[in-house]
Design a protein around this ligand. Structure first.
Ligand SMILES: [Zn+2]
Length: 263
């Protein structure tokens, strides 16, 4: 088991990667591309803790875990950024452009106001067109160009190094599993997705059109043509309450276990 710092965010927070296991199957799981979805970081940390003590799991796979892709956005949404800090004040002025979104709890973007799950080079132009935003925002701005952000570049570099057989990226909320991108055929993706759905009670479905571009799962499927899943954990309004972590984990655990073991 080892822990590495992949790099640092705009506000100087480390992005951690945990990895371990001796098995032949290569599995990468990440969480919290979106600040207000920080509960996914707690879910993934719990799965990692279980992986560390389960010999049968560790013999089945080598697992890479990035518990928090967006530490700045999560810290802001969780109320961990001091209200008198330049980071908070800058984010607050960006957030005024969307007054209906609670601040700071509803913040989804990274510290620069870029929606990280719209920043990957996978039909990125279509994301720009669909979202119609021209600058920093608390959500939905794809950035000035694909991979403009350190967080997305670091995760992509790790993915290229790890060459995972399967990838899962945790979001919230909706109790759904997305598995497709751009009609690209991926052997085994639908059947594995069906198993995840049966075991969790979540729905295996197509991505809503407004979220169908430039995400990490989209880029992963485009580049690797291997099974990659976005899992929308829990149900309700983000940020989901921390007291629901146990209950949500009961559904998410079998999804991650299925990805890990491949059956
Ligand atoms: Zn999300």
């Amino acid at each position: 088991m080892r822990s590495d710092i992949l790099g640092y965010t705009f506000w100087g927070r480390p992005i951690l990667c945990l990895q371990g296991g001796d098995g032949p199957r290569r599995v990468l799981i990440c969480a919290a591309h979106h600040g207000s979805e920080w509960i996914t970081m707690l879910l993934l940390r719990r799965f990692w803790s279980e992986f560390c003590v389960r010999g049968d799991w560790r013999r089945a796979a080598h697992l890479w875990v990035v518990p928090c892709v967006n530490p700045d956005g999560c810290a802001l949404s969780m109320g961990q950024v001091a209200p008198w800090s330049p980071q908070y004040l800058c984010a607050r002025s960006i957030a005024r452009r969307e007054p209906d979104l609670p601040f700071p709890s509803g913040w989804k973007a990274n510290g620069r106001g870029v929606d990280l799950n719209l920043n990957y080079p996978a039909l990125w132009d279509q994301a720009v067109e669909t979202k119609g935003l021209a600058g920093p925002a608390p959500r939905n701005w794809p950035g000035p160009c694909p991979f403009s952000e350190e967080e997305t570049r670091l995760l992509a570099e790790l993915t290229v190094l790890a060459e995972p057989d399967v990838m899962v990226t945790l979001h919230a909320q909706g109790e759904e599993i997305y598995w497709e991108f751009g009609g690209i055929p991926v052997a085994g993706a639908e059947s594995l997705g069906r198993l995840m759905a049966e075991r969790s009670g979540y729905r295996l479905t197509s991505v809503p059109p407004e979220s169908a571009y430039a995400g990490y799962k989209d880029w992963f499927i485009q580049e690797f043509r291997r099974p990659g899943y976005t899992v929308e954990c829990g149900l309700g309004e983000n940020p989901l309450p921390v007291r629901e972590t146990d209950q949500i984990y009961r559904a998410v655990r079998p999804i991650l276990r299925t990805a890990l073991l491949g059956c």
